[in-house]
Design a protein around this ligand. Sequence first.
Ligand SMILES: [Zn+2]
Length: 263
Amino acid sequence: MEVAKNLTFMFHPLETNDEKEPKKIQEIIQNIPERNTVSVLAKVIAVKQESVQEVRKVLLKKKEITIADETSMISLTLWDTLVDDPNISLNAVIFFRNISTRLFSNVKSLTTTKDTTYELTENQTAFQGVDENTYITESKTATVEGEVVNILIKKTNHCLSCNRKMLETETKSQFIKCAGCNMKFKVSAMDTTLTSTFQIKTNENTIKLNAYNATLMHFLISVQKEHLKNDPDELENFLLLLPRVKVEYAKGENVVSKISVLT
Ligand SMILES: [Zn+2]
């Protein structure tokens, strides 16, 4: 069943668009710039409440849905008559044509346009495992508890003026002249950044994680050891001596978002 959103399209077969192969959602997210027209074959995995937005002095109904295929999921904003269309419902597998890509705050999304058409697809089998949990679980953070068994903390110093990374040998004296911007400043006032790689041994296994400056600084403040930021060697010892820590990290990237001490 082909449903044309705009009446005029009922009388103009969409020959060129019919030939357009649907794009995989991951490809749209990664490779298609904003304000491009695409086709997509996907399953509706979430439907939000409708709302009203003023567009060029006209009030238009809109509704956000989330669609997914086997590669990823993306938000699609429905406009106007498509908002009330009962065919676009949870779990429906739909071939959308002429939808447009958007980019806001570095997040890709899709929106229907006046040229958007769609077709319901009976072929559900390919989408059986695709639901709201498929991708949400992936992006979740994981928590591990255990002992820090090895660690490497690196401290880098940056120029306060141009942010150029300073060599360790440049930071031995009281003042330093930046080779990048020629500014001279106090070594004690230099910006320092910590990065770390460590392994946590849990009851089941050992996991390798990375923690960056903001997380490490937050941790040092929480244990009232802020002075250790200037002494990576002592900070390494401090963490190795802790009997047990709890670490939250982003799955996949293994980047730590929070470290806390367990007693
Ligand atoms: Zn500089």
